[in-house]
Design a protein around this ligand. Structure first.
Ligand SMILES: Cc1cc2nc3c(=O)[nH]c(=O)nc-3n(C[C@H](O)[C@H](O)[C@H](O)COP(=O)(O)O)c2cc1C
Length: 308
C-alpha cells in the first residue's frame, strides 16, 4: 500500500515533508536539469534582501570534516528580480517558500509585506540567523528581545504563513522557540549553520577571507537533532528540521524528534538529486515500517524510562 506523504507545515500544504534549504538550491531553476522540482515538498529560495546584494570576497567556502564552511554572506538578486525573473521561470506546481533577510527590522517587514501579495509564494521564512553577516555584530536570532521585535514586525506585515529560521548559536533554543510562538509565528525552521572557523597552518591564516563562516553538513546533524527535539518539547509550533540531512534515514530522525518537515541543504552540493532521493527513500522507509501516513513518524521518538 502506498504511504500518504502529504503534510501541512505551518499552514502550507506540502505534497511530502522534504524541502530544500535556503542558499543551497539557488532559485530552483538551477536544479531543474537534475530532478523534477515537483517531486519535492517544496523549496526555500536563497534569502532575499530588498536590493540586490554582493557577497563576501573569496575564499568563501571550504571543506571541513563531514562538513562545509561558508561565508557567502547572502549574495542575492534582490526582491524585484526574484519576483519578475526567478519565480516566473519555475514550472507550475512547485511550492516556493521565500526567505527574507535584512540588516534592519523594517527591511524584513517590508519584504514580508511585498512578498505576501506574490501569488507564487506559499510562505515566508525569516532568516533570523545568518552566522557571518555584519549588521550590528549580532544575529537577530541571538537576543530574545530583538527576536521578539523582529517576529512581531514580520507578523504584522505578513499575510502568508510565517516561519522563523533559528540560529544554533544560542544558549537556549527553547527560549527562542517560545518567543516566536508568543509573537505569532506559524512555524519554526532550525537550524541554520553554526558559527565556525578554520585555519591554514602553513599560511597562518583563516581559511575563509571573512575569518568566520557557518558550519553545515553531516557534522552538525546531531546538534540539529538535539535542538529540534528541545524546541518541539518547548512549543506547539510545527518545526522544519534542518542540519546535515543527506538520506531518508536522516530525515526520519528529524521527524521522530518532532519535526513536521525537513530541509536538505549541503547534500545538494554533493548530489543535486539528494532531496528527490530523500523523498523516495522516506516513502519506502515509512512503507517498510507499515505506516499509512508519513505523519505517523512525527514526534514518535520513544525515550526509555530512566533506570529504577
Ligand atoms: C553555501 C550556503 C549558503 C547558505 N545560505 C543561506 C541563506 O541564504 N539563508 C538561510 O537561511 N540559510 C542559508 N544557509 C543555511 C542552510 O539553509 C542550512 O540551514 C544549513 O546549511 C544547515 O543545513 P545543512 O547541514 O543540510 O546544509 C546556507 C548554507 C550554505 C551551505
Amino acid at each position: 500500500m502506498s504511504v500518504d506523504m502529504r503534510v501541512d507545515f505551518a499552514g502550507i500544504p506540502l505534497r511530502n515533508p522534504v524541502l530544500t534549504a535556503s542558499g543551497t538550491f539557488g532559485y530552483g531553476t538551477e536544479f531543474a536539469p537534475f530532478l523534477d522540482l515537483r517531486e519535492l515538498g517544496g523549496f526555500v529560495a536563497k534569502s532575499l534582501t530588498l536590493a540586490p546584494r554582493h557577497g563576501n570576497p573569496p575564499p568563501r567556502i571550504a571543506e571541513a570534516s563531514s562538513a562545509m564552511l561558508n561565508a557567502i554572506s547572502l549574495e542575492n538578486v534582490g526582491l524585484e528580480a526574484f519576483v519578475n525573473e526567478k519565480l516566473p521561470a519555475l514550472p507550475e506546481g512547485v511550492t516556493v517558500i521565500a526567505s527574507c533577510f535584512g540588516t534592519e527590522i523594517d527591511q524584513y517587514a517590508e519584504l514580508c509585506k511585498r512578498l505576501s501579495s506574490v501569488e507564487r509564494v506559499a510562505g515566508l521564512e525569516i532568516n533570523a540567523s545568518c552566522p557571518h553577516v555584519k549588521s550590528g555584530g549580532i544575529e537577530f536570532g541571538q537576543d530574545p528581545q530583538v527576536l521578539a521585535q523582529l517576529v512581531r514586525a514580520c507578523r504584522r506585515a505578513a499575510s502568508l504563513p510565517l516561519v522563523v529560521k533559528l540560529s544554533p548559536n544560542v544558549t537556549s533554543i527553547a527560549e527562542m522557540a517560545r518567543v516566536c510562538e508568543a509573537e505569532g509565528a506559524d512555524g519554526l525552521a532550525l537550524i541554520n549553520a553554526g558559527q565556525a572557523m578554520d585555519v591554514d597552518v602553513a599560511t597562518r591564516r583563516p581559511v575563509l577571507r571573512n575569518v568566520l563562516g557557518g558550519l553545515s553538513g553531516p557534522a552538525i546533524r546531531p546538534i540539529a537533532l538535539r535542538m529540534v527535539w528541545q524546541a518541539s518539547q518547548a512549543v506547539k509550533l510545527p518545526i522544519c528540521g534542518i542540519g546535515g540531512i543527506a538520506t531518508a534515514e536522516d530525515a526520519a530522525k528529524f521527524l521522530l524528534c518532532g519535526a513536521t518537515a525537513v530541509q536538505v541543504g549541503t547534500a545538494n552540493y554533493l548530489n543535486p538529486q539528494a532531496a528527490a532521493e530523500v523523498v523516495r527513500g522516506l516513502a519506502a522507509l515509512a512503507a517498510e515500517q507499515g505506516l499509512t501516513r508519513v505523519q505517523e513518524l512525527v514526534g514518535a521518538l520513544e525515550i526509555p524510562p530512566p533506570p529504577s
